[in-house]
Every structure is written in structure tokens, then in C-alpha cells.
Design a protein around this ligand. Structure first.
Ligand code: GLC
Ligand code: CA
Length: 585
């Protein structure tokens, strides 16, 4: 390395023999929308199993499945009525076992979603709590309070729920009476998602048991839903600021005027994860003979917290293995913002010896092929409808490909969201009557919500439902643009987004980028992100993302490895393009 690069070293690599989760590329499957095995228009576990070879060929290491548990589907499965069984719409426990075994045979790990902050209101515990009445041990599983005011007509505090409206719902004074004169229960999300009371040891025991249930079935890890929410500040004090989570937070810095939200990121949550890590460690006995970090089972926190420093607390050595880092996803398409996201995220994770994670899309935000086609700067919308300003699709896709190529060059673990490898845009012209995200109704039809990124996958352009299933049914309508983006239209097609992802994933693996050391390269304009990733084996890959108007020359003595788009005729890197180049040692 030259002196300049040494000076700009931003991350020291974890090395070639690091545990798998320090560098894994993990593909998120949204079970409702990936592959429908029986033609009812909703994706299911047998459908997923049948399509798993596609993921081996894509070149990812692991799969994370959004919830497939028994659920009334009030929040698309994030409202769980039985944590130990599969909802009939997705299949059976036997189907889950088959999926796990098939994935493992293909060399893919499987992570499942764990939703500990709230259950469904149709969970047996919640039904029992309603039946048992105030003061009962059953009510202590959840957060019930008397209302304020002379008749208890006012909610216990002023909290709002993430999907819009009050975070409290009043129940009847006597089970089955139909009046609404009873206590109130807390739900940070939909009224059909009552929050558990994590101060109750019974709740803790129950979730430890659920972890073991899935570990015993062979899952490789858990993605922990709203891991920052479990514990609420004592006394549930009022909160006058917005809630900031999910899509509505994207692109807006959290400014709570120095105050700390009483429902998010309370220090008490860490006690829960210390206990969980002990359970996982008992399945990963590092002192045992034959231990291999390749078989580690892991925890990944979904925690929308205010800074990379707060996030790093979730991945201290004896807590979770990973946490979603939303900095990169939230960054605007400006070179300085991207550079900051990269350096700050790595510094924070490095301070506790954890890998960072990277992600650009998931089931809660506008897909990055659409998001990056919106004007740079303003707050990004939570869902786009036909009457809203439409993204520039060509620009969005070009930037999305460049952003992904930058992300996959970074050390750490990367999460991909189903369909981004096809360059899928959000459905931005879905008629509103199809919308199912509770956000749309609860926001009084002001926020369209997340249906646009949840549309079923196109596999075969000429088949009904574009090959999503054996019938023409799809639970959300697919936009016409998905036909030309179907998997079969892109496989082996030079320059297709799918082939770009395959090339990036293969080159990332060959060059050990996930475990490499990262330096910033000097000497480029402010509109360019220029990095070097040096592997433990000493291979150096130069990465250039050009966000400026002027084309950028390729450094002498390098060879082109992958490019996110065509170069100019003279071989320079045009705007909104990322290239990977091998440098001579
Ligand atoms: C998480 C999920 C989101 C869900 C919410 C409530 O943020 O990703 O889809 O609505 O939690 O469970
Ligand atoms: Ca189905």
C-alpha cells in the first residue's frame, strides 16, 4: 500500500477465516411474494423450496424469511398468533423442515424472523388477557392500563402508533359485553398487534423457548423485529415528537430536540439480548472440539435507532451478531453522504468488534430502483401512488445498479431484498383499492405505505402471473413493467441486472471483499466515491462510483473486473456508474 492509502485506512479486514456472518450476503424472501406453489395467489413455503436453486446460482450465502407463522395477516404476518407453527396459507411445519433441509443441501443458510415486541390480538395469551379482566396475571403479559379522565375515556398517554392514530385501544369492561368501557392496551403498531410486557419474566421465558424451538429445527439465525422497542421508559411518559421508524424516516435525520423517545432504544433491551446470546452460544459451543464458526447460529437486530453509535450497542460482543445498518439506505445520492455512511458505519461497528451490515431495500421501504429515481434532497415518500410524482425509472435503475455495486464491494455483511437482483421498481401505479398495508387506512389515506415493494416476483415473462405461481392470481397486482424484468428474460443476458448481481457476487467472493480492509482513495473529485478493498490474501480491488457529471478516467495499471453500466467510448466511467478494477500488487 502506498502511504496515502495507509493514511486513509477506514477499516481493518476481519480476515479470510472469519465467521460466515461477518461477510455473508443474505437474501430476504418475503414469503407472500416470492413463489406460489399452489396457485392461490399468495407465495408459500413449497413454492420457495422449489425455487431455492435460483439462489444458489445467484451466489448468496443465506436467506432470511419474513414471518410465515400462524397469523391473521393484519400486518402481513408481523402479527403472530402462534410462534411455533406455520400459517396454513404458507404450508405446514413439515414444509418448513423440507425448506430448511433443501436449503442446507444447496449450501444456503436460513434465518427466520422473530417478532418479540407484539403478538397478534388473536394470540391465545391476548384472548386470555381480555377474558380474565383487569388485575389478572393474564393481563400482565401485555401492557394494559386504566384510561385517564373521570370515566377513563382518555388513553393512558399521548403516544401515537407507527401506522397512524393512537397507540392505545380500549377494550370492553367485561369479556363479551361489547361495550368499550374497560382498560386500554398499548400497540406501537396496528391495534391488532398488542405490545408484550417485557417486564414480565413469563414473556422472557416464552421467547427463550421460541428461540430454542426454531434452533432445534435447524435454523441458522433470527432477524429480530423492532428489537429497539421491547422495553418502554418507566411510567410511560408522554411524547410530543413524531415516532420516526420505517419508510417515513428515510432521508430525514432524527431530530428530537435532544429528547429521547420513551418507546425506543431503552437501555433495558440489552438485558434481553444478553440472555438470548447465551442461548445461541449454547448451540455454538466455541470451546467444543470440532467447533466451526461456519455453523454459528446468529441474531440480527432490526433497530431503527438514532445513530451508528447507538446501533453498535446491539452488537457488543455478548449481544447480537449483526444489526441492520440503515445509514446507507437512508443516504441521499450524493458522494459525500455515501462516503459518510460508509466510514461512520464501519467506525461504529469496529468500535465493538462487530461486522457492519449494508442494505438498500427491504419490505418496508420504496425499492432503491425507484427511490433513487426521485429528486435528490427532499424527504422520501412512504409508498408511491399513481397521483404522486413518479420516479424516473431509467435514472433510478442506473443509480440502483451503481449503488448495489458500491455496497457489495464493502466489507461486512450485505442484505439483498428479493427482486432487486432483477432491478424491479416499486409498483408506483397500483390502484389504491388493492392496498393492504395498514398504514394507508390508518394514516387517513395520506401515506400509501409499503405495498409497492411487496408485489409478487416475476419469474417467466410469458406465463400468467409472470410465473409467480401456476395460476394467474397474485395477492397484489404486478405492474406491466415486470414482464420484461422476469428472471427468464434476464438469465444469461449480457448486461442484465441479474447478470450484474451474479458477476458482483462471484467477484466479491473470489476477491475476499467481504472480509477485506477498506481505504479511501485520494485524488478524485468530491463527486466521486473512490475506495480500495484489500483482501487478506493481498488482492486489491479499486472501486469507483461516479456521481458527478464528468466522466472519470480509470486509474492506470488496473483491469476491469465488473462495471454497473456501460463505459464511455473512450473507456472512462460515466455518471451514476460504479466500476470494480483489480490493481496490480
Ligand atoms: C418491522 C417490520 C415491519 C412491521 C413492523 C411491526 O419494522 O419490518 O414490516 O410492520 O416491524 O412488526
Ligand atoms: Ca400459495
Amino acid at each position: 500500500m502506498t502511504q496515502t492509502q495507509l493514511d486513509d485506512l477506514v477499516h481493518v479486514g476481519s480476515g479470510a477465516d472469519a465467521a460466515w456472518w461477518r461477510s455473508a450476503v443474505i437474501y430476504q424472501i418475503y414469503p407472500r411474494s416470492w413463489a406460489d406453489g399452489n396457485g392461490d395467489g399468495i407465495g408459500d413455503l413449497p413454492g420457495i423450496t422449489s425455487r431455492l436453486p435460483y439462489l444458489r446460482d445467484l451466489g448468496v450465502d443465506a436467506v432470511w424469511l419474513s414471518p410465515f407463522y400462524v397469523s391473521p395477516q393484519a400486518d402481513a404476518g408481523y402479527d403472530v398468533a402462534d410462534y411455533r407453527d406455520v400459517d396454513p396459507i404458507f404450508g405446514t411445519l413439515v414444509d418448513a423442515d423440507t425448506l430448511l433441509a433443501t436449503a442446507h443441501d444447496l449450501g444456503l443458510k436460513i434465518m427466520v424472523d422473530l417478532v418479540p415486541n407484539h403478538s397478534s390480538d388473536e394470540h391465545p395469551w391476548f384472548k386470555a388477557a381480555l377474558a380474565a379482566g383487569p388485575g389478572s396475571p393474564e393481563r400482565e403479559h401485555y401492557v394494559f392500563r386504566d384510561g385517564l379522565g373521570p370515566n377513563g375515556d382518555l388513553p393512558p398517554n399521548n403516544w401515537l402508533c407507527v401506522f397512524g392514530g393512537a397507540a392505545w385501544t380500549r377494550v370492553s369492561s367485561e369479556a363479551g359485553s361489547g361495550d368499550t368501557k374497560g382498560q386500554w392496551y398499548l400497540h406501537l403498531f396496528d391495534p391488532k398487534q398488542p405490545d408484550f410486557n417485557w417486564d414480565n419474566p413469563k414473556v422472557r421465558d416464552e421467547f427463550e423457548d421460541v428461540l430454542k424451538f426454531w434452533l432445534d429445527r435447524g435454523v441458522d439465525g433470527f432477524r429480530v423485529d423492532v428489537a429497539n422497542a421491547l422495553i418502554k421508559a418507566a411510567g410511560l411518559p408522554d411524547w410530543d415528537e413524531p415516532l420516526h421508524i420505517l419508510g417515513d424516516a428515510v432521508g430525514v435525520p432524527h431530530d428530537h430536540h435532544g429528547k429521547k423517545p420513551p418507546m425506543w432504544d431503552q437501555d433495558g433491551v440489552h438485558e434481553v439480548y444478553l440472555a438470548w446470546r447465551r442461548i445461541l452460544n449454547s448451540y455454538n459451543p466455541i470451546d467444543a472440539e470440532g467447533y466451526s464458526s461456519d455453523s454459528d447460529r446468529i441474531l440480527c437486530a432490526e433497530a431503527w435507532v438514532e445513530s451508528p453509535e447507538r446501533l453498535s450497542r446491539y452488537v457488543r460482543q455478548d449481544e447480537m451478531h449483526q444489526a441492520f445498518n440503515f445509514e446507507f439506505l437512508q443516504a441521499q445520492w450524493r458522494a459525500g453522504d455515501l462516503r459518510d455512511a460508509v466510514t461512520k458505519s464501519l467506525a461504529a461497528a469496529d468500535s465493538v468488534g462487530a461486522p457492519t451490515t449494508w442494505v438498500l431495500s427491504n419490505h418496508d421501504v420504496v425499492r432503491h430502483a425507484s427511490r433513487l429515481g426521485l429528486p435528490v434532497g427532499p424527504k422520501r415518500p412512504n409508498g408511491i401512488g399513481i397521483d404522486d410524482p413518479q420516479p424516473d425509472a431509467a435514472l433510478g435503475l442506473r443509480r440502483a445498479r451503481a449503488a448495489t455495486a458500491l455496497m457489495l464491494a464493502l466489507p461486512g455483511s450485505s442484505y439483498l431484498y428479493q427482486g432487486e437482483e432483477l432491478g424491479l421498481p416499486d409498483s408506483t401505479d397500483m390502484p389504491d383499492e388493492f392496498r393492504q398495508d395498514p398504514t394507508w387506512a390508518r394514516s387517513g389515506h395520506t401515506e400509501r405505505g409499503r405495498d409497492g415493494c411487496r408485489v409478487p416476483m416475476p419469474w417467466e415473462g410469458d406465463r400468467p402471473s409472470y410465473g409467480f405461481g401456476p395460476s394467474d392470481r397474485t395477492w397484489l397486482p404486478q405492474p406491466a413493467s415486470y414482464r420484461a424484468l422476469a428472471v427468464d428474460r434476464q438469465v444469461d443476458v449480457e448486461g442484465s441486472t441479474l447478470e450484474l448481481y451474479r458477476a458482483l457476487l462471484a467477484a466479491r467472493r473470489e476477491n475476499g471483499l467481504g472480509t477485506g480492509s477498506l481505504s479511501l482513495l485520494e485524488g478524485y473529485s468530491r463527486d466521486v466515491v473512490a475506495l480500495v478493498n484489500e483482501s487478506a490474501a493481498g488482492t486489491r480491488v479499486v472501486v469507483i462510483t461516479n456521481l458527478g457529471a464528468e466522466p472519470v478516467a480509470v486509474p492506470p495499471g488496473t483491469t476491469m473486473l465488473v462495471s454497473s453500466g456501460p463505459l464511455t467510448l473512450s473507456g472512462t466511467v460515466p455518471t451514476d456508474t460504479t466500476v470494480w478494477l483489480t490493481a496490480q500488487p
